[in-house]
Design a protein around this ligand. Structure first.
Ligand SMILES: NC(=O)c1ccc[n+]([C@@H]2O[C@H](COP(=O)([O-])OP(=O)(O)OC[C@H]3O[C@@H](n4cnc5c(N)ncnc54)[C@H](OP(=O)(O)O)[C@@H]3O)[C@@H](O)[C@H]2O)c1
Length: 346
């Protein structure tokens, strides 16, 4: 038998899935076979790299070492446990398993040791949370975060491919002075607009699920349920790359200069902070890049133990596909892939 793992990519035709396939190759993940899965609509379709899409069924999911999921919560709810029962380690991009006590929620630079606690399913955080905690973890280790006030400016790619098409179609129509079709991906027109409604409102809820994810997932990843978090998530007409204005209040005093040093030394972070020269992170520059970019690092004039930051990253890369592949790499480095199959065979 040839070397390497047998890897399933579920949701392989989507934005995140396509990128996961590319990253597995580009980063030289030790796979002897990669099998793409998607919905019944795509079964039999040949992807750019020649791989042919398969459908999920009891037979087709057998014999994998690792499965990377990005096919929405319903698919993860149904199929991730079945892969796990077949001794496959699942890394899931949906929100379905993130807050389960038995499922570690892991960011490669922040809490990699949590991987060892997995029982078959590992969750990849929400994109807005992911990029934020990469930047906040070094500050939290140094000065203990007490409270966060977050406003996000989220790109349409975070909603999926149809939202990207909708922004482009609406923009094109408006620029050509044509009527736009009724909004489908969002409640209102997204082109030339800002929607204080990223995610969805459950009945009776005054926060969107996206805002709740930022609150709950941040506490779980940083391992501190006492951190107070206030979040407003806004969808903006940006194609790709989420931006976040974050007010960080710490228990110990932290100067902007020291925060800049900590962030400069942090893995996966690039500091871009020379506002007088108009240097700060921008979504269009972060798109297509792996790092989380931080700038506008400054003292909050309204609080002696608070800083303001501007954090930007590619929501499809570090916010989803890249972290999933990095978790796969960490599992490999730590000898954690295959150990489930070996354990259940023993
Ligand atoms: N976009 C982001 O920034 C981001 C960030 C973090 C996490 N995520 C999560 O990643 C997931 C995918 O996001 P995306 O932006 O890549 O969405 P997308 O472009 O709309 O792709 C969705 C993928 O899921 C597949 N799929 C849908 N229903 C399925 C089913 N019943 N069985 C098997 N496959 C099915 C689709 O296959 P077909 O092509 O056959 O329909 C497609 O491959 C979501 O759970 C999302 O919450 C996204």
């Amino acid at each position: 038998m040839s070397e390497g793992y047998r890897v399933a990519v579920v949701g392989a035709t989507g934005q995140v899935g396509t990128l996961m396939l590319a990253l597995l190759r580009e980063r030289g993940f030790p796979a002897r076979e990669i099998v793409p899965f998607a919905s019944a609509r795509s079964v039999g379709r040949e992807l750019e790299d020649g791989l042919v899409v398969r459908g999920l069924d009891e037979e087709s999911i057998q014999g994998f070492d690792l499965a990377l999921f990005s096919a929405g919560g319903a698919t993860s709810g149904e199929w991730a446990p079945r892969f796990a029962d077949a001794s496959t380690i699942v890394i899931d991009n949906s929100s379905r398993w993130r807050m389960h006590d038995e499922v570690p929620l892991v960011v490669s630079e922040v809490n990699p040791d949590a991987l060892a606690e997995h029982r078959g399913i590992i969750a990849n955080p929400n994109c807005s949370t992911m990029q934020m905690v990469v930047a906040l973890a070094p500050l939290h280790r140094e000065a203990q975060i007490e409270r966060l006030v977050i406003s996000t400016y989220q790109a349409v790619s975070g909603t999926g491919r149809r939202a990207v098409d909708e922004l482009l179609d609406q923009s094109h129509a408006l620029l050509h002075e044509r009527e736009i079709a009724a909004p489908d991906a969002y409640a209102h027109q997204i082109a030339f607009n800002a929607l204080p409604h990223a995610g969805s409102f459950a009945p009776g809820e005054d926060h969107t699920d996206e805002e709740r994810k930022l609150i709950d997932e941040t506490r779980k990843i940083l391992g501190d349920p006492s951190i107070r978090v206030s979040a407003t998530c806004v969808r903006v007409p940006v194609l790709n790359g989420h931006s976040e204005a974050v007010n960080v209040q710490t228990r110990r005093e932290l100067s902007p200069e020291h925060a800049r040093e900590l962030l400069d030394a942090a893995p996966g972070v690039t500091v871009l902070d020379d506002p007088a020269a108009a240097v700060y992170p921008l979504a269009i520059d972060a798109s297509g890049q792996d790092d989380v970019y931080v700038g506008r690092i400054r003292r909050d004039p309204g609080h002696e133990r608070a800083l303001d930051l501007w954090i930007v990253a590619d929501n499809l890369r570090k916010g989803a596909a890249l972290n999933a592949v990095q978790l796969g790499e960490l599992l490999d480095e730590r000898g954690l892939i295959g150990s489930r199959a070996a354990r259940s065979a023993a």
